[in-house]
Design a binder for this molecule. Structure first.
Ligand code: ARG
Length: 568
């Protein structure tokens, strides 16, 4: 595909003494349509050349040869050079590329030989999978898919919270009372047991001591404790997988905290050898005062390891096992300090700087529930599985009203309901707190998942009516020169750049917004133009545009984790 930005940079480079790659970095895509397709600001040059930007712009403009195929006209607007590209060439290159790649449009080997770890979801065993875990799961999954599509070697890790002193208590509680429970709702029952054992520990110091012993035995890999711990883990995972299955989410690795239980000694030794691991009230800590942070605890006074130590062991392990270029931690912003601390301490582990630079906390905001509307509330804890099922149910009701005779209603309701939740989660910059409101999420006309699905279904039915995809080589580009069509063509042209922006910033919302814009642009086009007209050339061109839109909506949604219904 022609890279217009690069071509323009090369044209500019012919007129001034600058490398085209430097020029390209400054070229922007103007927000206003009357400012051209690309703009080059001359202000930086003005400083170097000691001339007014307008004058420089005028000089460059006069030297650029417009007899080539790509640039239609150039305007000098107050020190900006606005470039208008030849629309015919844009359409031609988009269609050619599309015809080449079809369902794989936008896919590339851009990230070849780069290893990206995306750590996401990471719920805690024997504790509820809460709505915050839903966010990390969805953001992480979208990032995972997008990196992969761009050719990165991507490793998805669910860093399960399956270790820690609380397991000593869980084991004790389970030992004592498991007979009393059915474990039909394992997490509920385990939580109950946990509350009970905690109370008992408070009343009876001896029980607390037994619990500590249990965890010690677990750390020493004693058979009985390990098998109970295994049991707790299985029960929880079974529950978590109800959610993962509904969302169709998979992981490459479930190596959680417990996996690092025998890998922490090395961390402690390495830290000790730096002389910076100091004793403080019996515990071992790294002082981070000079970095403006509280100390990072490495060992508790009773010798037990902690969360941070396991994270450090994971960094060491992942650097060796995966040789990562990036290791992304999709975790709520409440843990900002934790990650700042461990990234700082990781510098003491004597690993290549590449790994230190690759560590990144991809943090995200909270979910606020619009009160009074959630039927699944129990206190303040929303059960994610119930939430997903409620979404499916509500979507089913809406479908029932809109289209009572539709086939496969259940399957469609599932795609629409789950799709609505996923889109809502990924619709805004991740650091923003999210508002959860059923009426907004499921609005078929709003900026929602169902809206994108709805436009997809539109395109699908047009293609089905036509019953063929026109030959790309026979499309008359002149038919697609009007504004409505060009807007769509421009969207399609930028798809790969959008995906790159998603991975640059680790922000799936960039793709979400893009899909809304494409769907809206198609809607405008569709309202203003009949597609299957008698004139074969016109019908073919519009049909091909529909075909491209159809595939990009499908592909883009798939990368976000949203499935498309064939009808709705
Ligand atoms: N299990 C933790 C929680 O639910 C999140 C783990 C985040 N990942 C990590 N490497 N610390 O809060």
């Amino acid at each position: 595909m022609i890279d217009f930005k690069e071509e323009i940079a090369k044209e500019i480079a012919k007129t001034i003494d600058l490398d085209y790659m430097e020029i390209e970095k400054l070229i922007e895509i103007p927000k206003e349509k009357n400012m051209g397709d690309y703009a080059y600001p001359c202000f930086k040059l003005a400083k170097v050349l000691k001339k007014a930007p307008q004058i420089i712009a005028e000089e460059i403009k006069s030297k650029i040869d417009l007899s080539g195929n790509l640039i239609d006209k150039i305007e000098n607007a107050g020190g900006y050079l606005n470039f208008y590209i030849k629309k015919e060439e844009l359409i031609k290159t988009v269609i050619e590329e599309f015809n080449l790649k079809k369902e794989e449009y936008g896919k590339s080997d851009f990230g070849k030989n780069k290893n990206i770890i995306v750590e996401y979801s990471s719920p805690n065993i024997a504790k509820p999978f809460h709505i915050g875990h839903l966010r990390t799961t969805l953001i992480g999954n979208a990032l995972y898919n997008t990196y992969k599509y761009l050719g990165y070697n991507t490793i998805g890790i669910n860093h399960l919270g399956d270790y820690g002193t609380q397991f000593g208590k869980m084991i004790e509680g389970y030992k004592r009372w498991s007979e009393e429970y059915t474990f039909k709702n394992p997490i509920d029952d385990l939580m109950n047991i946990y509350v009970r054992i905690n109370e008992l520990c408070k009343e009876d110091e001896k029980v607390l001591e037994i619990c500590r012993e249990n965890f010690k035995k677990l750390e020493e890999h004693q058979e009985y404790e390990v098998s109970l711990w295994q049991k707790l883990k299985e029960l929880s995972l079974k529950e978590f997988y109800k959610i993962y299955d509904l969302l169709d989410i998979k992981f490459d690795s479930l190596n959680g905290e417990a996996f690092y239980s025998d890998k922490m000694q090395e961390v402690i030794e390495k830290l000790e050898s730096t002389g910076k691991l100091i004793e403080s009230q019996g515990a071992k800590i790294i002082d981070l005062e000079d970095k403006g942070m509280p100390p990072c605890m490495i060992c508790k006074s009773n010798g037990s390891s902690i969360y941070a130590t396991r994270d450090l062991a994971a960094i060491l392990y992942r650097s060796r096992e995966y040789d990562f270029d990036k290791c992304l931690y999709v975790v709520a912003y409440e843990q900002n300090l934790h990650f700042k601390q461990i990234f700082e301490v990781a510098k003491l582990l004597d690993i290549d700087e590449k790994y230190i630079n690759g560590l990144e906390h991809v943090s995200y905001g909270m979910v606020h529930l619009k009160t009074g509307k959630m039927s699944t509330r129990e206190g303040n804890v929303v059960k994610v599985e119930d939430l997903l099922n409620e979404a499916i149910e509500r979507a089913g009701k809406i479908l029932e009203e809109k289209n009572p005779n539709i086939e496969n209603k259940e399957e469609i309701a599932k795609k629409v309901g789950i799709g609505a939740i996923i889109f809502n989660d990924l619709a805004n910059s991740r650091i923003k707190d999210e508002i959860f409101d059923w009426d907004i999420i499921l609005n078929f006309q709003g900026e929602t998942g169902p809206y994108i699905q709805y436009m997809y279904v539109r395109t699908k039915s047009i293609l089905q009516n036509a019953n063929f995809v026109p030959d790309a080589k026979e499309i008359d580009v002149n038919i697609l020169l009007d504004e409505d069509a060009i807007n769509i063509i421009k969207n399609i042209y930028s798809f790969e750049d959008i995906l790159k922006a998603v991975t640059d910033k680790n922000e799936p919302y960039i793709l979400s917004r893009y899909l809304i814009e494409l769907a809206k642009n198609y809607s405008v086009f569709y309202n203003n133009n009949k597609i299957l007209v008698d004139d074969k050339d016109i019908a073919n061109a519009r049909l091909y545009l529909t075909y491209m839109t159809n595939i990009i909506l499908l592909k883009g949604a798939e990368l976000l984790g949203i499935k498309m219904p064939e009808k709705m």
